[in-house]
Design a binder for this molecule. Sequence first.
Ligand code: UTP
Length: 295
Amino acid sequence: MIPKVRKAVFPAAGLGTRFLPATKAQPKEMLPLVDKPLIQYGVEEAIHSGVQNIIIVTGRNKSSIEDHFDVSFELESLLEDKGKTDLLKLVREISELIDVAYVRQKEALGLGHAVLRARDLVGTEPFAVVLSDDVIHSEKPCLAQLLDVYQYFGASVVALLEVPEQAIPAYGIVDAEPIAHNGVNDRVYRIRNMVEKPKPEAAPSRLAIIGRYVLTPEIFGSIEAIDPGAGGEIQLTDALKHLLRSRPIYGLRFEGKRYDAGDKLGFLQATVEYALRREDMGGPFREYLKSLDLG
Ligand code: UTP
């Protein structure tokens, strides 16, 4: 029997240098997309994919994340006194979403290192990793799509996205072969190799790994086994490459639109499109955009 994935790890201890100065005193995972912090979109995606436990890896400035998912008695009683029941419901829903556990990454030594910090809380079961600065709009949650593939193969699965050539050096790129007629769908790949942040001419494909993973617990041993890689950081891609020596890893070209909200331009694109999709403001916001003289 293939064990069920019950836990999701949210690394949120990066320095967020691409978004300075907004990330000087708060993690980028707390930047609001319209009115909700990025990390809440990720947590909701995990819950809608059937995850029961959330583990957030925090760094400096961790308190805003903890406060966000905690009960806020002061705010709740203020809203109650003022009879603002809609807002009260909104605020309560967040702390009632799910129980969240926290673990600290004292120094930003890389994504692989951040995931390793969650080892004691994850234990020896398969788990998901969600990078909440990759925001994904899709009919079926991206993580749920990955979990389907995991349930079929019982092996680690990464989310894949075809990126333009000039974007290749920003990603982990895979060498992968599509697997047809395997009972899952035509978006599934078996990964042969992967390379972190290659030059475009050295890249084996344009398929990039983006921020959703389902990992088997052997990944922890692989993270421990590797040396620091690109940027002097313990890279998750390098650990996956190490894992490939002993276990198969699959990739899924997921269905949905992904925004790189850790980047200023990607964040603005996400903000515009999420605002346009909102029932309560999509109409007037569209009118406003139409009124702009964009030359
Ligand atoms: P990024 O590659 O986006 O790095 O991390 P970053 O440091 O956060 O941001 P930039 O590039 O300097 O702007 C991908 C994910 O891994 C987490 C980040 O919080 C983000 O969710 N991360 C990264 C950690 O938790 N710890 C690390 O040491 C590095």
